[in-house]
Design a protein around this ligand. Structure first.
Ligand code: ARG
Length: 459
């Protein structure tokens, strides 16, 4: 069968160019949205008297029929259809003849594809929001059980101060909430309807854009028809929000990988989520977080690709836009799979090694700040206290002892205001408990955070 537009042409397309040009290989997944958009469109055409009510209902029924056939797998477009929009139109004309040819009245594929992709993305954003919530919940469960589990906190990947493990995990719940909020915000701009902008300039037919927009549950319509068919900002925004999700997942993945190493040994990977080596029988590898960390790169790549694709385009539609689809589809797939994989890792893939964590927080100088704070509480200026503690640490390192191993007489030599209660102060648990400032890691503060998330996450 010739192309929809073939009357204007004398010769057929070169077969390779036909393939090169076609998007049907990937935009087939917009079928449901394409049909929904068309149904809303023909209803509006009927209401406006642009086609008769009977024609509108015949078109609607046939579009519904295509939906069923698609579900059964009997609707199979091929490469000659070029894209999903032509595929549906061809099928419709095959089914009902001349009335099918009225489908495309008062619109263009340019506003149509913009509508389809927005409808599709709107659904996926809602799904990703659910995925993020599951991820948050998986962290919350472990946090709740580990308020009093201490873990070294790092800066520069050097032991800094001990913290509650719950506090550490809650930081990622916060990040994920920002991710959810960002998506919610992007969704507002995805949820504007371009349909009726037609090719670029609107149409001379008496369409009513508000009817189709309302029918498709769009919040609003684009005010300017050129902007409507040329806007792909929402694609950039979506991939940007997705890139941050992947960044957060990559960071937590990196931590899992470190924690699972022999050097840290803070977690053990369960058999559910770890993999073996083909040659080294002793190994248990953190492939899942490694994959997630690795996959972040492709999403960042899509962001760069889309920005570059858009930046030189004159108004209005350009075929370059066809490139947005694979980037969006792959981003959605990557983000959803990564969120699911990491959630499963937290749900059943990790065992925190309590004994290792306990010995990690009591075998270093991460309580040094607390000696300084102790002196500050006794009226010593912080910088002076800091310098003194620096000296004490240096001394202890030379002697190969920890702060808690310094005898009281020596403490007194360092400063006469130091008393017996310094030893209490040095206990990791007290170190953590004392960080009572808002947002600090003190157990009481951590419990407050947990309460906030309990309300939001536990239903
Ligand atoms: N497959 C095209 C795309 O994805 C649909 C719009 C084509 N419009 C056009 N004027 N050629 O962007």
């Amino acid at each position: 069968m010739g192309k929809t537009w073939s009357d204007r042409f004398d010769k057929g397309l070169h077969p390779f160019i036909e393939q090169f040009n076609a998007s049907i290989g990937f935009d087939i997944c917009l079928l449901e949205e394409d049909l929904d958009g068309s149904i809303a469109h023909v209803r509006m055409l009927g209401i406006q008297g642009i086609i008769s009510e009977e024609e509108a209902s015949q078109l609607e029924k046939s579009l519904e029929q295509i939906k069923l056939e698609a579900l059964e797998g009997s609707f199979r477009p091929d490469i000659s259809d070029e894209d999903i929009h032509f595929a549906v139109e061809r099928k419709l004309i095959e089914m009902i003849g001349p009335v099918g040819k009225k489908l495309h009245t008062g619109r263009s594929r340019n506003d149509q594809v913009g509508t389809d992709i927005r409808l599709w993305l709107r659904k996926r954003i809602d799904e990703i929001d659910q995925d993020l919530e599951r991820f948050q919940r998986s962290l919350f469960v472990i946090a709740e059980q580990n308020i009093y589990t201490l873990i070294p906190g790092y800066t520069h990947l050097q032991r800094a101060q001990p913290i509650s493990l719950a506090h550490h995990l809650l930081a990622y719940i916060e990040m994920s909430q920002r991710d959810r909020n960002r998506l919610k915000d992007v969704r507002k701009r995805v949820n504007i309807c371009p349909l009726g902008a037609a090719a670029l300039a609107g149409t001379s037919l008496p369409i009513n854009r508000k009817i189709t927009a309302a029918n498709l549950n769009f919040e609003d319509i684009y005010l300017n028809s050129l902007d409507a068919v040329s806007d792909r900002d929402f694609v950039v925004e979506f991939i940007c929000a997705s890139s941050l999700i992947m960044t957060h997942l990559s960071r937590i993945s990196e931590e899992i990988i470190l924690w699972a190493s022999e050097e840290f040994a803070f977690v053990e990977l369960t058999d559910r989520c770890a993999t073996g080596s083909s040659i080294m029988p002793q190994k248990k590898n953190p492939d899942v977080p490694e994959l997630v960390r690795g996959k972040s790169g492709r999403v960042f790549g899509h962001l760069q690709a889309i920005l570059t694709m858009i930046k030189g385009l004159p108004l209005a539609y350009n075929k370059d836009f066809q490139e947005d689809k694979e980037a969006i589809f792959d981003t959605v797939k990557t983000v959803r799979n990564s969120l699911l994989a990491i959630s499963i890792v937290f749900e059943e893939g990790l065992i925190f090694r309590q004994e290792r964590l306990a010995s990690a927080v009591s075998s270093d100088f991460s309580n040094a700040t607390d000696v300084a704070d102790y002196l500050v509480a006794k009226g010593i200026p912080f910088r002076e206290a800091y310098q003194l503690v620096g000296k004490i640490v240096k001394n202890s390192l030379e002697e190969g002892i920890l702060l808690r191993e310094i005898p009281l007489t020596r403490w007194k030599n360092f400063h006469e205001l130091i008393e017996e209660d310094i030893y209490e102060k040095l206990l990791p648990r007290n170190v953590v408990a004392s960080r009572m400032s808002e947002g600090g890691t003190a157990f009481e503060r951590v419990k407050e955070q947990l309460l906030v998330w309990q309300k939001k996450l536990v239903k």
